[in-house]
Design a protein around this ligand. Sequence first.
Ligand code: UD1
Ligand code: UDP
Length: 361
Amino acid sequence: MKIAILVGTRPEIIKMAPVIRECRKRKIDYFIIHSKQHYSEKLDAIFFSELDLPAPKYNLNVGSGGHANQTGRILIELEPILVSEQPSILLVQGDTNTVVAGALAAHKLHIKVGHIEAGLRSFDQTMPEESNRIIADHISDYLFAVTDLQVDQLKREGLPDSKIFKVGNTIVDALLSHRSQAEKTSQILCALNLQKKGYYLLTSHRAANVDDPNALIEIIRLIARIPGKVYWPIHYRTQKVLKEAKIDLPSNLIWTEPVGYSDFVKLLSNCIAVVTDSGGVQEEACILGVPCVTIRDRTERPETVDVGANVLVHRDAGAMLEALNRPIAPWENPFGDGHTAERILDIVTEHEVRPVLQTLD
Ligand code: UD1
Ligand code: UDP
């Protein structure tokens, strides 16, 4: 069996890392293809070195561009690689343009596709990620769902039971292998002069929140209302608009370039609360027991809201402050036990699969 693993962006590298490490541990014949949708050091190479991942065998070098440009170029560049390598399966993770293009290229060549994090739905068709998720799911052969919610959604959309596997989320595997190391080795709090539980953490890069300068100004106004220091490692998409629109930043904000995984996990574990529009950060906050406020109307991660870990607020300062001050009761992590990568490889290599536990071990 030969497994092709496609990555393209920061969250795909982080969430695919446990699968790559498990392939290496089992001495499976595998190789990595990187679309290079993300290519800046702080969104790409930093994670390969920090997570100890082998260099990709192929770099498609598609870079930034419109949806058609990115998706089309990945299709064109990937096809000859898949034709010559003839993998038994292509694994893709998440909802990016890399994922939809990768799944489509393999599907057209009758190469099996495994979609990790299948069945997530925000029910917001204006999000580019929503069409990517739906298309990828409907052309995949293995649908690796996280919780029962996605299993049910995939069934509702008519996808056959035989393709659907509840496995948990590889982000739990990633966090479990990095949390204690990050706590010990990351010097980020010292470097930024932040005290444990003495700051709020912010991330924002969602197109609907940052591409329009007026929406981004609303977010900046929200930050100014937060009663304390706010640290923001700013995604390049957002930096670009901040610079072009010459938007001033409030005095309680400390910002830097995006940071590596250990630093981010340390920052997230020790903040008072996180304000975000990231998908992965909503999950990580929920797993780490950190209160989260999500600047969106909808989430494809409703488990985080259901357990009380997350509140959706749109760009509304009053609602955000109320959410930040809400009473917090402990919750259970709904995303699995940290054995998701093992389960995925058991399934694709046809081994016996253990059930998903909703507690960490
Ligand atoms: C992409 C995904 C999004 C995911 C995010 C993870 C799609 C449609 N979007 O959004 O789902 O949440 O990655 O972070 O696939 N840029 C750089 N350096 C880079 C990459 C991007 O400077 O290495 C800048 C460029 O100005 C680029 C902009 O960021 O135009 C947006 O990059 P792009 O990959 O199109 O989308 P993301 O916002 O990163
Ligand atoms: N992350 C990071 N450094 C940062 C910001 C985020 O390592 O400066 C990690 C975070 O821990 C999470 C992932 O990036 O695992 C989330 O990626 P992003 O928010 O870009 O994408 P999304 O999850 O929304 O697709």
